[in-house]
Design a protein around this ligand. Structure first.
Ligand code: 13P
Ligand code: SF4
Length: 316
């Protein structure tokens, strides 16, 4: 029987720890989860680190505190594990912007024109899209993988047009870009960023490559979340950083490299830039999914083809 509780418990941390042992579970949490969840997790990381960590866990169950495509990727790479996602509706609007039937139609149209191309999908995509793709990239390995695509092929890059245009800049390869974007990174306010930079001329700006070019062009460093931690750690003395990515990343930066000060770059419509999909996971839902052994990511037929593309990209 499924049990849920909405009563906040003072010792919910202890409860989760006990359930984790009882259920033989490992908790993985993305850097965009709230700080309490990151604190409880056995592993925190960016998409690439978590996908790799999922393949090394020794427990029978993985609880994935992140969004659906991340939990799905953990299952695809570990078919024998039980993979739980605290809220099954924790989706990703970027992934949703590229439905597999539309991608298939685009690929057929390009083939009909006689174009020779390979499809590169950002990991922020559904398993059905991964199954239609030759390569899968994350913000952490995208450059390296684009360089592995043979020159005789054009590249169809899906679904994030900003990451795609950034990759065009750094690799010199032109791409056919899908029109998707991340609702969090799309809305940083360039005016507010410039105002902050004027007020704090010594501060360094770090931006995720999912940001549009008008934000990236003002950044001292562009990189995924794991690369951001490595970048700030290079500064030995206390420094101020203006951070253009999802707001929970500031918790992780503060935790990992506490000598610095981190300030969020505000968005146009919302000063916080929290991802509403990531925010669906809460401590209560994490506890309840351990109690109930659900919601679980179940194997689906398209996972077989998606597994081939993921393994070729991440492990060969
Ligand atoms: P990374 O942490 O891999 O950079 O991913 C960012 C992101 O948007 C995840 O949804
Ligand atoms: Fe998707 Fe953007 Fe949220 Fe990441 S931050 S899960 S890309 S909507």
């Amino acid at each position: 029987m499924t049990t849920t509780s909405t009563t906040p418990s003072l010792d919910i941390f202890d409860e989760i720890e006990a359930l984790k042992r009882e259920q033989d579970a490992t908790i993985l949490a993305h850097y965009y989860q709230n700080g309490e969840i990151q604190e409880l997790a056995d592993f925190t990381g960016d998409s690439l680190k978590l996908a790799r960590a999922a393949t090394t866990v020794s427990t029978g169950t993985i609880v994935f505190c992140g969004v659906h495509f991340m939990a799905e990727t953990a299952k695809i790479l570990n078919p024998e594990k039980r993979v739980l996602l605290p809220d099954p509706l924790a989706g990703c609007s970027l992934a949703d912007s590229c439905p597999a039937p539309l991608l298939k139609r685009r690929q057929e149209a390009l083939r009909a024109e006689g174009r020779r191309f390979q499809t590169v999908a950002y990991i922020n995509s559904t398993a059905s899209v991964k199954a239609l793709s030759d390569w899968i990239v994350t913000s952490g390995n995208a450059e390296e993988i684009i360089r592995r695509v043979p020159e005789e092929f054009e590249i169809l890059f899906v679904p994030d047009r900003h990451l795609g245009s950034y990759l065009e800049e750094v690799t010199g390869r032109t791409m056919i870009l899908w029109e998707g974007s991340c609702m969090v990174h799309e809305v940083f306010s360039v005016n507010d960023l410039l105002r902050m930079k004027r007020r704090k001329p010594d501060a360094k700006t770090v931006a995720h490559p999912e940001c549009p070019a008008n934000i990236r062009e003002h950044a001292d460093f562009i990189g995924g979340t794991e690369a951001m931690i490595r970048f700030v750690d290079r500064f030995a003395s206390p420094t101020e950083f203006l951070v253009a990515t999802e707001a929970n990343m500031l918790w992780q930066l503060q935790h990992a490299v506490p000598r610095h000060t981190y300030l969020p770059v505000p968005g146009i419509t919302c000063a916080c830039n929290n991802c509403p999909h990531m925010a669906r996971n809460t401590l209560e839902k994490l506890r309840d999914c351990l109690k109930n052994g659900a919601p679980e990511i179940r194997w689906r037929p398209e996972f077989d083809r998606a597994a081939e593309s993921l393994r070729r990209s991440f492990f060969e």
